[in-house]
Design a binder for this molecule. Structure first.
Ligand code: SF4
Length: 244
């Protein structure tokens, strides 16, 4: 009976990985409302269990045409940083400046993210920075569920290759994509998550720097979240980004 259950679980995981319209809901997980009745979702061409290195993965992304964002991008914004601190940031998607330069988080929100990283006593080089989608959604709109699904295998492979110990999810879209749940960011920020798909990684959702530019009072919440992560990482309490 145990062997039978293991076979079923393994088959469900296979379906989840290979059948785009199939989502395995685990106990306590609400469905992704926006994705519940999706059909014809295309996936990127990253093979399941991609065995290449980060450069090979990046090269694959540069040629990717798995979703319509490939038609309007100027550059694929894959990700950057060594990740040697064990910390990875995941944002939503590239904006205009990122699309122009091919680098993540280099606009005004990027400047604020850099300050946040420095306030933790780290540099951008020490962390790894990626987004849920690698190509800019026109007009900086939120990437659609189809686009997020199409690009997810890149993010998944980046996480598996980088092997971070800690992950900070910047904003609602990143939280939905990685945690696979629909609770608002206000409700879940500041809490520690671990997900079955990425075992051993402590995950902290918090507000996106672009939101902080529109709502400066929320910076104190983000600073509190960063300090929690610093505690996980054994970093000494830093200086508030606004004090720098
Ligand atoms: S957003 Fe992702 S899936 Fe879509 S074309 Fe770009 S790399 Fe491919």
């Amino acid at each position: 009976m145990e062997a039978f259950s293991a076979d079923i679980a393994s088959y469900l995981r296979y379906l989840e990985r290979h059948v785009p319209s199939f989502t395995l809901l685990r106990a306590g997980e609400p469905p992704l409302a926006a994705e519940a009745d999706e059909t014809n979702i295309s996936r990127s061409t990253v093979p399941s269990g991609f065995s290449g290195d980060m450069n090979g993965l990046e090269q694959q992304a540069r040629n990717c045409q798995a979703c319509s964002l490939s038609e309007t991008r100027n550059n694929v914004v894959f990700g950057e940083g060594t990740g040697k601190s064990g910390l990875m940031f995941v944002g939503e998607g590239p904006g205009a400046e990122e699309d122009r330069t091919g680098r993540p988080f280099v606009g005004r929100a990027g400047e604020l993210l850099t300050k946040m990283i420095q306030a933790m006593g780290l540099s951008r080089e020490d962390v790894y920075i990626a987004n849920t989608v690698k190509c800019r959604p026109p007009g900086n709109r939120v990437p659609s569920p189809e686009e997020r699904n199409a690009c997810f295998s890149y993010l998944e492979a980046q996480i598996r290759l980088m092997k971070p110990r800690y992950m900070i999810l910047l904003g609602q879209t990143a939280a939905q994509v990685v945690l696979k749940q629909t609770d608002g960011i206000t409700r879940i920020r500041g809490k520690c998550f671990e997900v079955e798909q990425f075992p051993g990684i402590r995950i902290m959702p918090t507000y996106h720097p672009a939101y902080l530019l529109r709502n400066p009072p929320a910076k104190k919440d983000v600073w509190s979240d960063l300090q929690t992560v610093m505690g996980w990482m054994g970093l000494s309490r830093g200086q508030h980004p606004e004090a720098r």
